[in-house]
Design a protein around this ligand. Sequence first.
Ligand code: TEU
Length: 576
Amino acid sequence: MSFQDKTIYQIYPRSFRDSTGSGVGDLRGIIEKVPYIASLGVDMVWFNPFFVSPQRDNGYDIADYRAINPSLGTMEDFEELVAALGSHGVGVMLDMVLNHTSTQHEWFQRALAGEKEYQDFYYLRPAGPGGELPNNWVSKFGGNAWAPFTAQYAGMGITPEGAAENGFALNAAGPDAGNPDLYYLHLFDVTQADLNWHNPRVRQEMAAVVKFWLDKGVHGFRFDVINLIGKPQDLPSAPAGTDDRAMYTDGEAVVPFLRELAAASFGQDPHSITVGEMSSTSIEKCILYSNPDSRTLSMAFNFHHLKVDYLDGKKWTRTPFDFDALKSLLSEWGVGMQAGGGWNALFWNNHDQPRANNRFGDVVNFPVESATMLATTIHLMRGTPYVYMGEEIGMTDPDYTSIEEYRDVEAINAFEELVAGGMSREEAFATVHAKARDNSRTPMQWDASATAGFTSGTPWLRPTNQEHINVEAEEAGGRILPYYRKLIRLRKELPLIGYGTFAPYALDHPQVFAYVREYDGQRLLVLNNFYGTPTQVEVPVEFVGGRVLISNYDDAASPAQQAVSLRAYQSLAILI
Ligand code: TEU
């Protein structure tokens, strides 16, 4: 299916709308809000996982790929949701977490019970002769990436009760005493065991999972950390002083595995739209992952532009964003993917990122201008834009005051690690406050009430500024929501936005990120001032007198001369 003119909306189901008063969002809550979703003009909704899961990583730890987690709803609710969205022409994109399963998944449980066949589903490796871990990889959620598989539970003081608390159910038959020093790989939480994709059975099972949802009328699939499935079979340690991520990311096997998955599942569906989440990747690889000739995916997410406010590449640090780096990355990826026939998924926000408004905008002085400038930058680029729930009303990070308010396993681990590493509790808190994934997971703010219209109970994460940022207020006279609707509509109306070429413009400007799109004799110049101070930019003479396609300042006029003035956080798109 064509995806050039489409916009995808992302919903974090736990946080969209709670229909039961449990404090956690659910599918029936989403059904209630289908008219709102449709009113945005989006084509498809990506739902974060709502499958059966102990929720240790909010659903990215799947225990059953073919069933809905009871706290979120039933299969009937899901079918009703697909139909309700479908009646508005909105498709469904499901989150396929195929790199790992929960340790509560039947396969892991059977592996624990000693079934060799299922032990081959995971990466189980013996400790070294001196009891060393199988390699030096670290978990993305902190600590090393290996956990004792079986017999040593007792030795480590892990009781059945303790195991249960950690998402395990120790098998009644007892641990596999034959392998006392066996470890399993978990690149994420200890309850998220990496699957061994080199085992053809695993690949067949995964294709069958995708097929199952295709048969339910689902045409969209987002593949979680899919560039981690091709680890080298010998799982080599990273050489001392090097980044271990390079050892398991973008491995040679990713493309053949993806090709096989496509051929056995979504590739058979002419309507499918697929996107791979590619962590720590490269343009070259993303071309392979998204160029139609390689018969893999429709498009790829990469995160390089969202690391420009990391100090020395480290997430748990605080530093202002590097505008030059941001501009270079956006333009390199735009140009590079175009040159190789690849396709970018365009986004500022998702459920793993603090709100872009807090990072790249000014939520105090120019909340409307900076939010709409950021939106313009992404939506008029070459690629497919993704809008993360709440972004369209200008939601910001919550103003939490204590670490107890955070729920995410990553945030809690990071806080403890920062403090253990010698950071003061205040500084560690300030860092988590700025970087936690929970920042974007707070409930969707529907109205100004105490629970933001999200729940009649106690929200699982507390909203903090719904009094002035909420859907009701935006619908009544806000400026961000209508602006998003317009951007989404423009992509449908003007083929240039979906199909035009991309070229950066005036890359060395200190405040402006600009680019030119071109298609079928038309050209669009997009100027975005990333700062709260006015500036000037020299535009090519042809654009003088051009039509203002869109601007986040209502009175923006067609340029009368080459020197164009931009106000604080102004975006201006001129069509000729
Ligand atoms: O995220 C993968 C990932 O590597 C990051 O986005 C990660 O969450 C971040 O580096 C932590 O700072 C995906 C999902 O989007 C995320 O929610 C899951 O927790 C993760 O995979 C595991 O399934």
